[in-house]
Design a protein around this ligand. Sequence first.
Ligand code: UD1
Length: 421
Amino acid sequence: MEKLVISGGDPLHGTVYVSGSKNAALPIIAATLLTAEPCVIRGVPDLSDIKFMCDILRWLSVEVKHHKRDGVIEVQAAHPLSVAPYELVRKMRASVCLLGPLLGRLHNCKVSLPGGCVIGDRPIDQHLKGLKRLGAEVKVQNGYVHARCDELVGTDIFMGGRFGSTVLGTANLMMAAVLAQGTTRIESAACEPEIEDLAIFLNHMGAKIRGAGSHIMEIEGVEALQGAEHTVIPDRIEAGTFMAAAAISGGDVEVKGARAEHLHAVWDKLEEAGVTVERNNGSMRVRSNGDLKAVDVITMPYPGFPTDMQAQMSAIMTVTPGISVITEKVFPGRFMHVSEMGRLGADVALEGSSAIVKGVDGLSGAPVMASDLRASAALVLAGLVADGETEVNRIYHVDRGYEEIDKKLRQLGARIERVSE
Ligand code: UD1
C-alpha cells in the first residue's frame, strides 16, 4: 500500500503538462471493438483505469499493445468475445461502455453490471432504455446485462434523466447506433468534450455523426467501420485540479494543455474567487496572492461547473474567508471528502446535497483516507496548504485518474513524497 506524504505551506510555481483525458480515452478504447481493423490511440495516460480497460479487451480476445511511455495503444479486435465478466468489470465502472460497441458489432453480448460506487447510486437505466429503443432485447439477470438483437434500427431517443443527461449512456448509444440501420436522433445528449472526442474518433472510423457536443445528435448508421488513428484531448479535470492547486497555494502556475474552452465554468469561478487566470493558446496561467473570497458553486452537466471539480473547489473554500455553499446537482451524495477534510481542521456542514463551507484561518496536517478519485485529489490540495505533515492514504484512488501527480506537484515546488508501507 502506498501513501502520499505532503508538507504544506509552499506556493506552487512553474509549468505543468496535462496528460491525455482518461474519460475520453476509455470509451474511445471501447469503440475499437466496432471494427476488425487495427486502431491506434495516442495521448493515452498511463493510469490504472486504462490498464483495467486494456485487461478487459484482452479477456475479450482482442489484441492490445499498450506502449505506456509513448502514451500509445494499438488495438485490433479481429474476433471479439461477447462476455465481460464481473471480476473485471467491477474494478472500473466505466467498463459499462462496452455494452454499446459489443451489441453494435456482435448483436449479442453479456456485460456484468458494474456495481455500487462510493460517490453515490449509479444506475444505468438510461443506457438500457436507449438500447431498447434501438430495438435490442435487454434483460438483467444474475448481475449481468444480456442484450441481443437481429438488427439495431435507428430511432428518436430522449436521454435526459433525473440528474441531466448521462455521459457514458450517451457514449454507449452512439457506439450502438453507428452500425444501426437508418438514422438515430439522440435528444438531451450529453455534450461533454469527451463525447465530442468520441464522435471525432468514430467519424474517423467511417461513422456519420452530426451534432456531437450539442444536446441533439444525429447518427446515420453505416454498414461497417474501418480502423482509425486518433489523439485524445487533454484531461480537463487534471488541468482544473492543477489550476486549483495554484489557487489554493497562492502560487503562479502555467498549465500546459489546459483548454480554456473546456474549462470555462472552472476558470470563471476561480476568477470570481479572486484568482487571476490568463488564457493562452493551449495553456492557462493561474496566479493567486492567496487573497481569495468565498463563492457559491453548483455542479451541472457540461458546460456547467463539473462535478469532477467539486471536491477540489471545496478544498479551496475551506481556507477562504467567508461562507461558501457548494451544491451537487449531478451526484447529490458526492461529499465523501468532507469528513476527512474535517480531520485537517476544515469547517464544513452537509445540508442535503449542499456543503456549507466556513473558511478557516488555516488547516493542520493529519493522516487522512482517500475515498474516491476526486475526493483524494481534494485531500492532496488541502495537504498543500495544511500546516505540518498530511498523509493521504489509499492513493490507488488518485492513481486511477492522475498520472504521476506527486512528480508533477514536486516539479512545481511542492514537498510531496510517495511512500510505500
Ligand atoms: C462520467 C464520468 C465521471 C463524471 C460523470 C458526470 C467517465 C468515465 N466518468 O460518469 O467522471 O463524474 O460523467 O460528469 O466518463 N444516471 C442515471 N441513470 C443512468 C445513468 C446515469 O440516473 O442510466 C445518473 C447518475 O447516477 C448521475 C447522473 O445521472 O447522478 C450523471 O451520471 P453520468 O453522466 O451517467 O456519469 P458517468 O457517465 O457514469
